[in-house]
Design a protein around this ligand. Sequence first.
Ligand code: SF4
Ligand code: SF4
Length: 336
Amino acid sequence: MSLPQAKTVGFKRGERNIFFHILTACNLSCRHCYINPKEQGTETVSRENLEKWLKLFQDDRKETNVIFLGGEPTMHPDLPHAVRFAKELGYSSVTVDTNGFLFHDFLANVKTSDLDFLSFSLDGPTPEINDMLRGDGVFQTCTTNLRSAVASGFNVSLIYTVSRYNIDHLHKMVPLLAAWGVKRFFIQVIGIRGKTAISDADTWQLTPAEWLAKIPGVAADAAAHGITAIFPKVYLEPGEKFECAGRVAENYFIFPNGRVYQCPLCEDYPVNGFRIAENRLIANTGITETRLFSLDIPEGCVINKLLQTENLSYDAAGKPLYKISCCLLKQELKGR
Ligand code: SF4
Ligand code: SF4
């Protein structure tokens, strides 16, 4: 049986996505945590700067979306205020990504009309799988709060970061998501960032064959259960056009220390293209990610070629067997 074809969601000109890390602190210590305090700092964005930076990035002429994340963003006591403020400023959509602990009585302090999506991170269908990666007791807390959020009327998504440690269990998520009332299922590929960049990277990453054998089928099953599945493109088909989001899209990954990146793969290095200083967005000079975006190589994504060479394969003549797409390019299968 052939699988339904996922739609590649191309980069939308005139759209701006703000990934706002409002703190880097977290109550958990996931084995694959992508936060790197050495580069991203340990500060918390003040209430005053939450407002100023949200104003700085909002643009009435563009569809502007904000995703609040961390660390664990609900540890910030001013997150409910920031959500409301973003909506009042005219952001097209407001999302919060949480590890599920929902500190400061988050659900009671945010209106469902102010928050377009609340996304929970869970990396396994059982405590054994999830808690091995995210910590003891996390499955229970996260799923209890997820169900409370659905019962309170929030639109709930779930983010599952696939690695070799949990890929075999991914398909078991679909019936759970359907039973819990989750509307969107984000299947992420493990990135070699933060902790996974420091130790045993090769034990986490998936080969193209492993990825392609599993992910499209699970996404199709989710869609058949009425859940929209979103997953990264990763490997381009022959003839598919490569585009670097750093060149053609507007994505800003903001950190509390004022660094602003356009490419998440660069976040472990001091190559951020921009910084916020004196409440202005300033383009950095010198060797920055911006200069790397302009390099055209047969392998596709240049940062992948620099940092994740194990993703690449070549024929006997040294020609890449496939191009690696931009990590921000997604495929979507709408729930039916
Ligand atoms: S919940 Fe997120 S920020 Fe916290 S430790 Fe896990 S991956 Fe890191
Ligand atoms: S992941 Fe690669 S293609 Fe995408 S923005 Fe970064 S450098 Fe560009």
